[in-house]
Design a protein around this ligand. Sequence first.
Ligand SMILES: Cc1cc2nc3c(=O)[nH]c(=O)nc-3n(C[C@H](O)[C@H](O)[C@H](O)COP(=O)(O)O)c2cc1C
Length: 183
Amino acid sequence: MIIVAITGASGVIYGVRLLEVLKELEKDITLLVTEPAEIILKHELGIDEEQIDSLVKRHYDAKDLTTDINSGSCRFQSMVIVPCTMKTISAIANGYTSNAITRAADVALKERRDLIVVPRETPLRSAHLENMLKIAQEGGVILPAMPAFYHQPQNIDEMVDFVVGKILDILRIDNQLYHRWQE
Ligand SMILES: Cc1cc2nc3c(=O)[nH]c(=O)nc-3n(C[C@H](O)[C@H](O)[C@H](O)COP(=O)(O)O)c2cc1C
């Protein structure tokens, strides 16, 4: 099982596209969406949280700290937080597990599972950088929402697919979402 969390940063399109691709690949996905993310989903993509329900097997309330994924005994394999706010990064870095996203990320780090965090903020202050460093030092992967241009994207979808392809690479899921250099 893979946990995908969408938090209230700009770039929720990355999270929704990841869900679409994982659905095509028939992966077992548990989704968590924060309240700020619901507002951004509406603003940037014109969609409600319910409209992405069909892409996933389970959708838990991010405020619910009683579900299976809140426990270290839950054998989820990987967690991706995309996009990830500086607030959520701060909570993860400092072990402040006040919702199901930060708690599951805490479990991922303590149980040595895959944790991929996709920050979206610019510019960055030192607290942001220090918090990302803490997560990286514990084995989390910091994968900024930072599309490249060497694959010569022709539109926004191709820029989004570059970032989503990089997430799948870290998850060790074979994909052709972007053109690899000299392939
Ligand atoms: C339109 C809009 C865009 C935002 N974009 C970002 C962003 O890109 N990165 C970020 O760290 N916070 C961003 N925020 C602020 C977060 O939504 C805010 O810190 C919130 O408390 C995050 O909560 P969450 O991590 O639980 O979703 C944005 C807020 C709004 C209203």
